[in-house]
Write a protein that binds this ligand. Structure first.
Ligand SMILES: Nc1ncnc2c1ncn2[C@@H]1O[C@H](COP(=O)(O)OP(=O)(O)OP(=O)(O)O)[C@@H](O)[C@H]1O
Ligand SMILES: [Mg+2]
Length: 327
């Protein structure tokens, strides 16, 4: 189904589209359902995603597949050490014939940007990206250009152990609604990757667009209608606050964390075909929403302590509201 710009979707219709998007992406990406649902939830919640994982686990494949099945323009920017902000945003170039400067837009002017290996680029270019993510516009030589709508960034980064030269500061990690890891496939899944590749006799997988930019905007609008009861909202706040007082923690999740929790949970509820949020939706997104917003005490770096561990522990500790199923 392709939707016109004015179209509005019910939660049920948007959920149906979402499920078809996932099914399409899964034609290319084997396994990884949980990670794929998280990425889709982030996009439906109008957010950006940080994919943190080792090389060769299908990050680029997943990003391209989402762009294809969502019917979005796709661009990829490799964040090398010499990448300049203008390489991303674009710049003014002199047109000889017309005798004037014209703006030549950079790769950031797209629907879905794969920002590959963002921790290999210096802070100046990282901030140019993060600023654009936040403001949804870029300013070049004093002139402001709005980015496309929808505009989503899937950024990849190597995990800490493989740290590039410029790890993202916590304040900037906060800009990503979700941090998702793919992890290694099981042996069965890995064999499936091989078998499917041999069967299709070519590298690329062709995916059909399930919707388009206007359709995605309509899905995002449907997410805005998903109901969040007060008890669920307070549960999100309790989880975020509990990360601040945990003994392993130097700084916990900010209010941007609890907001992220409620927004991502709402998108997740829609994906599951529900027009209201239950605590299980919040639990399902708590790790990818909160873990990267938590800084563990530096003296614990040799221990097992991690943002993830802190989230698990607050999930176990904070009482779950007993939201009754409405139907
Ligand atoms: N879960 C998977 N399903 C299908 N194919 C996969 C999967 N994981 C890896 N592959 C295949 O492995 C190859 C590497 O995947 P891809 O390029 O997406 O990895 P990546 O995570 O982007 O790696 P890098 O960090 O090096 O950029 C591709 O040919 C891809 O098709
Ligand atoms: Mg890649």
């Amino acid at each position: 189904m392709t939707t016109s710009p004015q179209a509005t979707l019910s939660v049920a219709e948007a959920a149906e589209l979402a499920s078809r998007v996932v099914t399409e992406v899964e034609k290319a990406v084997v396994g990884k359902r949980e990670a794929l649902l998280q990425v889709l939830a982030a996009i439906l919640a109008k957010g950006h995603v940080l994919l943190e994982d080792y090389p060769g686990l299908g990050k680029t494949l997943a990003a391209r597949s989402f762009a294809q099945s969502l019917g979005l323009d796709f661009r990829r920017a490799q964040f090398t050490p010499d990448l300049l902000p203008a390489d991303l945003t674009g710049s003014f170039v002199y047109d000889q014939r017309e005798a004037r400067f014209d703006f030549r837009p950079g790769p950031i002017f797209t629907g879905l940007l794969l920002a590959d290996e963002i921790n290999r680029t210096p802070p100046k270019t990282q901030s140019a990206l993060l600023e654009a993510m936040q403001e949804r516009q870029v300013t070049v030589e004093g002139e402001t250009f709005p980015l496309a709508a929808p505009f989503h960034v899937l950024a990849t980064a190597n995990p800490i152990e493989y740290e590039g030269t410029y790890p993202l500061p916590e304040a900037q990690l906060d800009r990503f609604l979700l941090r998702v890891s793919f992890g290694y496939p099981s042996a069965g899944e890995e064999y499936d990757v091989l078998a499917r590749r041999l069967e299709r006799r070519q590298e690329e997988v062709e995916l059909e667009p399930v919707t388009d930019a206007a359709g995605l905007l309509a899905m995002q609008a449907a997410v805005e209608t998903v109901v969040v009861g007060e008890d669920v909202g307070r549960y999100c706040v309790d989880l975020a606050t509990a990360t601040r007082t945990h003994t392993d923690v130097l700084t916990g999740a900010s209010p941007r964390g609890s907001l992220g929790l409620v927004l991502a949970a709402r998108a997740f509820a829609l994906i599951r075909g529900r027009d209201y949020v239950i605590p299980e939706d919040v639990k399902a997104v708590a790790r990818p929403v909160l873990a990267h917003r938590i800084t563990v005490r530096p003296e614990l770096w040799m221990t097992e302590a991690s943002g993830r561990g802190v989230v698990d522990s607050v999930l176990a500790k904070v009482p779950t509201p007993s939201t009754l199923e409405r139907r």
